[in-house]
Design a protein around this ligand. Structure first.
Ligand SMILES: Cc1ncc(COP(=O)(O)O)c(C=O)c1O
Length: 363
């Protein structure tokens, strides 16, 4: 029996040819392909600019630095995400402040965020559109204005997702995307920042290139967060294919919804009206007492599933020492979520195998 993987990059002849063309061009570092990718990505997200960088993590780091987040500043974020979200705040010497999530969407709960904004001076909110489902952007755009805080969207998992027909990554001052190998749009291991703020983009472009102004002059301490034409060439092809990828992921999710929503011990993903989910992950909820048994049962059937994320960020060892508080909703989610394979390389037979294996499980 073949293994059904949780994630698999979708690489075709077009991607292969695009990389070979760059190799033949002799321009391997940041060159015309990077510029082309940035322009196309900005158009796709309906923003003025996109800046390609070395990873989703450096995208977050550079966006925060571009907004002058530094020592003494507080950035509000979610406890239920990949650790890069809040590590980027620590990289800036700033302090993460966590608020709990909504139990149904797994995204930050705007009411709990407002409670924090009332009590503490927060410089920025770092939202995460988790698993590919956008946050409640009406609520967060309103809060950002009311409390005069910057909004950054960690859109690492949400390329192409929309909220009321507006693209993820186009609401805040900056949107930060990961193009890691298994993301919905991949460029091997890279990232990209979206923004419509000319000044911010100018700052970020300098920061990611050793604080450069012109060719030989460096006006501040910066980084090498640049990307390559090889990665950009992959990104250009994947961007063209993205609509097809999103349709396929949604079709896979629909198939699971149809079969798994009938099972009383499973809660299938919740998608509010007006939200378009892109299913980077298809996350179901089961009782904490059976979660690991289900993952083991699937593994015995050569099906990879994952408890993404089993440890909330404030409980990771080097965060725990600082005592960021308790986040009961996120903690329960971390004990109950199971992500099933939903990627574009799955065929009908694979989907049926996953559903059959779950039907055979005795909770
Ligand atoms: C929500 C979230 N934020 C940030 C990142 C970091 O992106 P990268 O791995 O490209 O650095 C990821 C990657 O998995 C992510 O899922």
């Amino acid at each position: 029996m073949e293994t059904i993987y949780l994630a698999q990059p979708d690489i075709g002849e077009q991607e292969r040819q695009a990389v070979l063309d760059v190799l033949d061009s002799g321009i391997l570092a940041s060159g015309p392909k990077v510029r082309e990718f940035e322009q196309k990505f900005a158009e796709y997200c309906d923003v003025e600019h996109a800046v390609a960088v070395s990873s989703g993590t450096t995208a977050l780091h550079a966006a925060l630095l571009g907004l002058d987040v530094g020592n003494g500043d507080k950035v509000l974020t979610t406890p239920f995400s990949f650790i890069a979200t809040s590590n980027s705040i620590l990289f800036c010497d700033a302090e993460p402040v966590f608020a709990d999530i909504d139990a149904k969407t797994f995204n930050l709960d705007p009411n709990l965020v407002e409670d924090k904004l009332k009590r503490e001076k927060i410089k920025a909110i770092m939202l995460v559109h988790l698993y590919g489902l956008p946050c409640d952007m009406d609520a967060f755009s309103f809060l950002a204005k009311k409390y005069d805080v910057e909004l950054i969207e960690d859109s690492a998992q949400a390329v192409g997702a929309t909220y009321k027909n507006q693209m993820a990554g186009s609401f805040g001052k900056a949107g930060c995307f990961s193009l890691y190998a298994t993301k919905n749009l991949m460029a091997g291991e890279r990232g990209i920042i979206t923004s419509s703020d000319d000044e911010l983009v100018k700052k970020i472009r300098s920061l990611i290139n050793h604080g450069r102004q012109g060719h030989f002059e460096h006006t501040k301490l910066g980084f090498n967060f640049r990307t390559t034409d090889i990665a950009a060439a992959l990104g250009i092809v994947q961007l063209k294919r993205l609509p097809e990828f999103i349709i396929k992921r949604n079709a896979n999710a629909d198939f699971y919804n149809q079969h798994l929503s009938k099972i009383d011990w499973i809660t299938t993903p919740y998608v509010p009206d007006g939200y378009h989910h892109v299913y980077h992950q298809y996350a179901i909820r089961v009782s904490g007492s059976i979660r690991n048994k289900l993952i083991k049962h699937l593994a015995e059937n050569q099906i990879k599933a994952a408890p993404t994320y089993p440890i909330i960020i404030p409980e990771q060892s080097f965060y725990q020492q600082k005592g960021y508080g308790d986040f009961a909703v996120a903690k329960t989610a971390s004990q109950e979520v199971v992500c099933l394979p939903v990627h574009t390389k799955l065929c009908q037979k694979d989907l049926v195998r996953v559903v059959d294996a779950i039907l055979r499980f005795n909770p």
